[in-house]
Design a protein. Structure first.
Ligand code: BTN
Length: 250
């Protein structure tokens, strides 16, 4: 259990909670600073996509971490936040999302949350990681984008309180935070990811920086990498945009 303190700043409006916190990180802010916004004017998703959300509707939060974690394992910071987000959904809303690799939260095939992790480096050495999560509480995302939100999933049950959700997410993240500091802990996190990963067993298309591959997702390895069996052999991925094509049956 991490015994640091979360220092939560809840803002009415900001460009992007990730951008705000990266600037704070560059100025030397300590681990544990958390920024939440009712509204973002320039919210960002992965691959420089926009992340939109009407004021006051969803949980838009970023967390500053400074783990002793090598650059090649930094993606596990995002996994830790995604897993904590899934715990919070279960504990506060009674909704149990699964992970679409690397760190989307899905209910069925509908996305309820996305995670964006960005690192700050001193030369080659990572000195801070900002992990942002956009968790759909009252607004499912743009029409036609395949999203859902906790309030819709709960039907007639009372609306979900964003502060309660954030509190549980931070508690769940504190339980995992120390795992990031050593190789054994990171293996534990990867194992948790594997157990909750709905991508396994799917035929997938993965968009990478310079290419696109298709194959069957067969494993999340001990480093949290996705193994995709392609026609030209296995590929081990630390990042990528995954599309689930169909469940694979041999
Ligand atoms: C994705 O699925 O593409 C990741 C979405 C991440 C969105 C969150 S909202 C809070 C934080 N601030 C941002 O600008 N982005 C992340």
């Amino acid at each position: 259990m991490w015994h640091g303190e979360w220092d939560v700043r809840w803002l009415d409006e900001v460009s992007s909670t990730n951008d705000y916190l990266r600037e704070q990180a560059r100025q030397g802010a300590p681990e544990g600073l958390v920024v939440v916004a009712d509204h973002q004017t320039a919210g960002r998703g992965r691959l420089e996509r926009r992340w939109e959300s009407p004021p006051g509707s969803n949980l838009l939060a970023s967390v500053l971490l400074r783990p002793a974690c090598p650059a090649e394992d930094l993606h596990l910071c995002a996994a830790a936040v995604a897993l904590a987000g899934a715990d919070a959904c279960r504990e506060v809303a009674g909704v149990e999302p699964q992970l679409k690799w690397p760190n989307d939260l899905l209910v069925g095939e509908a996305k309820v949350a996305g995670v964006l992790a960005e690192a700050e480096f001193d030369g080659d050495r990572p000195v801070a990681v900002v992990v942002g999560i956009g968790l759909n509480v009252a607004w499912p995302g743009p029409a036609g984008a395949g999203g859902t939100c906790l309030d819709d999933l709960r039907g007639d049950a009372p609306p979900v309180d964003r502060r309660a959700l954030l509190d549980r997410l931070l508690e769940a993240l504190a339980r995992r935070r120390d795992l990031l500091d050593d190789a054994g802990g990171r293996r534990t996190l990867a194992g948790e990811m594997r157990r909750r990963c709905v991508t396994l067993g799917q035929e997938v298309r993965v968009v990478l920086a310079r290419e696109e591959i298709t194959g069957v997702a067969t494993e999340v390895d001990d480093a949290g990498r996705l193994v995709v069996e392609t026609a030209s052999g296995p590929r081990r991925l630390t990042a990528g945009d995954v599309v689930h094509l169909r469940r694979w049956t041999p």
